[in-house]
Design a protein around this ligand. Structure first.
Ligand code: SF4
Ligand code: SF4
Length: 370
């Protein structure tokens, strides 16, 4: 990893790292990872296998440290590379998956098709649905006739199929010319598991199919998928990369000009959980428009605790991060959280306090137009 930016120990990353915030443990913070990885690079001493495995798992991949680091130190990328080069990491990953399937439920649910070992198929286990709280009374006409595909992501393809169905119905209501496509994974879950080669292959497959379909609009329903697709653009030439960035569109943005009305089932207060990988304001704006003053977006800045391989290595630690996230949400008075990342919904749902609930924004909309 020589030639990469060096950590200057400024400590800015401490305040944003969910692991440090939840535990106060300096050894889990990004700068400690940077120091350890630098030492590994220089070949200082023997690093016991267990330490390398543990270090490789101790990151949620939220990228929050990257946003604040003045040096551009990419701790999550360095940790992902360590996972990829570690000879036994994949074995260790699946061994832990078999040992702790309950702790792992959301992660296994998201394993791209064919990747989860036998006996760990959780398809059919779905978080509860809700609503409808909102009906679309007149769909936007802005996208009528536009060629589009849906990128449903692994969770809506393999685990919570109602999200895919709902998204397809909403696209039909928008009047788009919906092309059939089977994209597979965005690469993000594979990258989280240290499968960098597989992540690259998934992204190349997506780009090839998108190209073959004539570069249509790509409607997305997950912030983490959008992040994965953005990384696909980094592999393309400048013109095509720009076209792909413009094509990848949150479904919420496509619905924005639609007219909606609240139903009697809508709760009084609904909090927005902002996913770590979200870079578009569209989901938040769409929910604000649809739910009016019942909706608010608290600035809690917490992670759901889902990402990386932490749920396998240290499920209690991942749960601690998730609890902190829920504590921050419920401290605002909200018992209901809505978000736009399929992984966050799964993690928040399995960790919700008894009185609290988490939903994907698709869950709160009526299936079709009135
Ligand atoms: S913000 Fe960057 S430079 Fe500062 S301590 Fe963290 S990793 Fe090091
Ligand atoms: S990516 Fe997130 S969990 Fe990992 S070191 Fe950075 S802030 Fe911490």
């Amino acid at each position: 990893m020589s030639g990469k930016p060096s950590c200057i120990r400024c400590g800015r990353c401490l305040s944003v790292c969910p692991l440090f915030r939840a535990t106060g443990r300096e050894e889990l913070a990004p700068r400690s990872k940077s120091m350890l990885l630098e030492a590994l690079d220089r070949g200082y001493g023997e690093t016991p296998q267990l330490s390398a495995e543990k270090l490789a798992a101790m990151c949620l991949g939220c990228r929050r440290c990257l946003d604040v680091c003045p040096q551009g130190v990419n701790a999550p990328q360095a940790v992902a590379e360590l996972r990829a080069v570690h000879p036994d990491f994949k074995t260790w990953l699946w061994k832990n998956a078999l040992r702790r399937p309950q702790a792992l439920f959301p992660l296994v649910g998201l394993a791209p098709r064919g990747m989860a070992p036998k006996g760990l198929d959780f398809s059919g286990l779905e978080p509860p649905s809700e609503g409808p709280w909102v009906e679309i009374v007149a769909a936007s006409t802005c996208f009528q006739g536009r060629k589009a595909v849906l990128f449903p992501g692994c969770a809506a393809t393999s685990l919570v199929r109602r999200w895919r169905t709902k998204a397809e119905n909403l696209l039909a209501a928008l009047g788009v010319d919906l092309l059939p496509a089977d994209f597979g994974c965005c690469g993000s879950p594979q990258e989280s598991g240290g499968l960098l080669h597989e992540a690259k292959a998934s992204r190349a497959r997506f780009a090839a199919l998108w190209r073959k379909l004539g570069r249509p609009l790509v409607a997305t329903i997950c912030a983490t998928c959008r992040n994965g697709l953005r990384q696909t653009a980094e592999e393309l030439d400048a013109e095509e990369a720009q076209a792909l960035r413009e094509a990848v569109t949150p479904l919420s943005a496509m619905l924005m000009q639609s007219q909606t009305r609240l139903t009697d089932a809508a709760p009084e207060r609904v909090a927005f959980h902002k996913p770590c990988h979200e870079t578009s304001p569209a989901d938040e704006l769409w929910l604000s428009k649809s739910l009016g003053d019942r909706f608010f977006a608290p600035d809690v800045g917490e992670c759901c605790g889902f990402g990386g391989a932490l749920r396998l290595a240290e499920p209690d630690l991942a749960a601690q991060v998730g609890r902190r996230c829920w504590d921050s949400l419920t401290a605002t008075g909200a018992q209901t959280a809505v978000t736009g990342c399929t992984a966050c919904v799964l993690a928040l749902s399995v960790q919700a306090p008894p009185t609290a609930r988490a939903f994907h924004w698709l869950d709160i909309f009526a299936q079709s137009l009135r």
